[in-house]
Write a new protein. Sequence first.
Length: 320
Amino acid sequence: MPSAVATAPRVDATQRGLMLGALGVVIFALTFPMTRLAVGPQDAPQLPPAFVTAGRAAGAGLLSLLYLWLTGAPRPQRQHLVALGLSALGTVVGFPLGIALALREVPAMHAAVVTGVLPLATAAIAAAALRQRASAGFWICAVAGCALVLAFAFREGGGRLTTADGWLLMAVLSASGGYVAGAKLATQMPAEQVISWVLCLSLPLTLPAAWFSWPTQPVAASAWWGFGYVTLFSMWLGFFAWYRGLALGGTLRVSQVQLLQPFLALLFAVPVLGETLEPTTVLFALAVLATVVIGKRMPVQAPGHRAAATRSNATTDPTA
């Protein structure tokens, strides 16, 4: 009986982490079609990729500044600055810039499947940085899911990778490093404060960059709608759910939910951009879903995770 009582909070935290991670993935899945709306294709360019990158971070940074002031959030301590800087490099600069440049050249569906390797990259970096250990079965499922999305990307790209694919892979590496740094911080402070401080500390860079890259030509209203979404949701609110989910459920396990992100992005690209969804895409989506479900059941050991989850639960759960 005592052991059952002792493990109950951990199980509850894991499930809540998975649900919050899934919510973050749904929000992030719309990033690709919305970014495509914002930058436009090569034959009908809209907002400059540099402006979308800097402007979305600057806008979210100003919202974060207001949020931190209204909530009276304490300033980050000196030992937090390195992780905040790494998170900013990955999530504020690397990932947004990579996808903005790539989406000028390729459709949102192509970008979605190439970035399907993000969960494996996140899990690999987490294993090294956070000293988390997963079973062989977990890694088999992760590799199988990533192999599926890569096979889909090569199939759609005619068996080759383009310059845009290079930008997308850079975005993947940037985001995975930023996610791990943010997840580590989310065990020490509320997740909402993590992304907000990341964005605030980036303002000296993002505000001038947004000003100097401001579009000089008229753009369609849809481009501004896309820009508004990636600013409010992709750059800010989505991380509220994502970082808290990673902290509660464990970075290795929750990151695998992101295997579904490229296929959700494919589905969203149909109504938002009018792109065509092929039956093959549905088959790949079902196969990836199977790897996520099976992988979620595989054992994951995260040294110190129980204590971290308990601290995070006490500091970030508004019902606690």
